[in-house]
Design a binder for this molecule. Sequence first.
Ligand SMILES: [Fe+2]
Length: 276
Amino acid sequence: MKKNIPIEFQSERKVIPNHIKWTWIFFPLFLLELISEELNIFFVHLTKDSIINFGSRKFNYASLKRNGFFIENGYLDENEVEKLKKLLLKYKNNKKNKSSILKKEIEGSIRYRFTKKPTQEIEELTKYNKLKAIYSTYSFKNPKISWMESFTSSMSKNQLIFAGHPHIDSYRHQLKFVIALEDVSKNNGPTSYLASTQFFNFDLLLCYFLTWIYEKRIVKGQKQFLPKKIIRDYLINKKSLFLMKKGDLSIFDSRGIHHGSLIESGERHLLWFYFD
Ligand SMILES: [Fe+2]
């Protein structure tokens, strides 16, 4: 196996990995967790309101439940974005934070994963409480939250992009919140998402199971890949591109099928919050 190359970029993408010969014994355990995940979403849909009050305004996130994604325009204004960028820079330059920042890099892309919670200033500026309120319209769970800043620049035609192939992130309904720190247009790699694929799909049962295996670290250093038929359907169906102006917020359930599209020109700068 090639060293230091993230698995998603290694040539062999096995839909049915060899370890399934013995890891199938964990299937009943996984099934219990999957059922609890599905019941969670089912009862949330049944009982929870999609409307939150924030400040003096009301926001409706019903389409997040229906489609698996939502884009909120003007989440932050121009000044707030500029202030946020400065705070992020300050955070990264602070020696005290160095050991809690994980940097992941491939040509043209850098990701800073922050393992400590954001500072109060960053929480206030990014309306952290609002993100939590949105999550609570979507799930009964108490989320584990992590955050990340990503930079991607256009380098070459065959450039590798993190998450550049159609995939699901987990058998769980995680929500990912993305604040655009610069405009995201068709040319600089918007996320592409096939609406309503976050709902249970029997054809993805093996993929759900494999994400469970890897999350539980029963087998390490592997990723699941979608079956050819699912990829074909994904490619021919009309997907939604998350086109954003600076300061917009996109939210998506990363169990739905999605990918980061190629960056043809310019740069992309995003701030992510993962609600696990
Ligand atoms: Fe993803």
